[in-house]
Ligand binder design. Structure first.
Ligand code: 13P
Ligand code: SF4
Length: 332
């Protein structure tokens, strides 16, 4: 017991500077429990020549204390492409780890809980895509990054919420099949004027926001600036002040510094951004993504200790899925 306590004490000392970043979310009494995992993860990353890429929805302890690079889905894909680490641990959901593996076939890519899925990725199968293509011959298929590699393999070009407008415009056609997020497709259709053939997939986090929520919060918090992720229904985007990917929302906050801001997205986003902008007031509501929350400090540590769970993709699928992702990354 005594030696356990002193190990925890040493970990607290070694991580003291990191605690300042998360002190508004983690009470001092609870930090020793976090500190041991943080300290172990930092050591294991050095030993394994590993990097942790974390999505903006990861909890502040992961986002601010153990991640090497953080960002939206597009940034994570670009970072994965540029990485020279032997091991990439993706602190995010499974499709993000698959994208990293597609771009790094020779590196080890790990995800610490294979159950970290996504309601959008689960909404569509490769057979569904083939049926859509058969019903709409010659219409290009734009696939949201929130899909399995097997679905991407059936499609022409990938997109994220950060580059969907550019990707759709790059095709120069009046009509596209955009799958699987119906609301994202409708929002991008409205921005580009391109006709969208959609699929009824929805994000279980963003579909729950309503125009009524926005009206209520505007009444309760006069002057609040409302930012909505484009996975929100179009009638929610219509009553918001700005819509963009998670990275675009962070940029908006960083450059415009709205004194009172509401991010219509996953809860950890506001927590993570609030650390950087303590003078701004972040008005909730937010919704939790249960899939993102499967990733914890504890399982990240185990993942690096045991080198699990390794992400693999059938090579015949990977070659076609990679084409769709690389075509997206080539769009400027
Ligand atoms: P971003 O690419 O905007 O980070 O979105 C990813 C996601 O899963 C949103 O729900
Ligand atoms: Fe999928 Fe929605 Fe969770 Fe993003 S927030 S990972 S789109 S379920």
């Amino acid at each position: 017991m005594a030696s356990l306590q002193s190990a925890a004490g040493r970990a607290v000392t070694r991580t003291a500077d990191l605690y300042g970043r998360v002190s508004r979310f983690i009470p001092p009494m609870e930090w020793p429990a976090y500190a041991e995992d943080v300290d172990a993860i930092l050591r294991l990353k050095r030993e394994r020549n590993a990097v942790i890429l974390a999505h903006n929805y990861q909890t502040p302890d992961i986002f601010h204390c153990v991640s090497d690079l953080v960002g939206d889905s597009l940034a994570l894909a670009r970072m994965a492409q540029g990485s020279d680490a032997d091991v990439i641990v993706l602190a995010g959901v499974h499709f993000m780890a698959e994208t990293a593996k597609l771009l790094n076939p020779d590196r080890t890519v790990l995800i610490s809980d294979t159950r970290a899925g996504c309601s959008l990725a689960e909404s569509i199968t490769p057979a569904d895509v083939r049926a859509l293509k058969a019903a709409n011959p010659g219409v290009p298929v734009v696939v949201y990054v929130n899909t399995s590699a097997a679905v991407k393999a059936e499609c022409d070009i990938c997109c994220t919420s950060g580059n969907a407008v550019k990707v759709v415009e790059s095709l120069g056609v009046p009509r596209v099949i955009m799958i699987p997020d119906e609301y994202l497709a409708q929002n991008i259709g409205a921005q580009t004027g391109v006709e969208m053939i959609t699929w009824p997939g929805h994000c279980e986090v963003h579909e729950r926001f309503t125009p009524g929520d926005v009206a209520e919060f505007r009444d309760a918090h006069p002057g609040v600036t409302v930012l909505a992720h484009p996975e929100c229904p179009p009638n929610v985007v219509a009553v918001s002040d700005f819509s963009g990917s998670t990275a675009a929302m962070i940029d908006f906050v960083a450059t415009r510094k709205p004194p009172k801001v509401m991010l219509l997205t996953e809860c950890s986003m506001s927590d993570n951004v609030a650390v950087q902008y303590p003078d701004l007031e972040f008005v909730r509501p937010c919704n939790l993504c249960p899939h993102m929350k499967r990733i914890t400090l504890g399982n990240l540590r185990r993942s690096l200790e045991t080198m699990t769970h390794e992400v693999t993709i059938d090579p015949s699928v990977a070659v076609r899925a990679r084409r769709a992702v690389e075509r997206m990354l080539a769009v400027k």
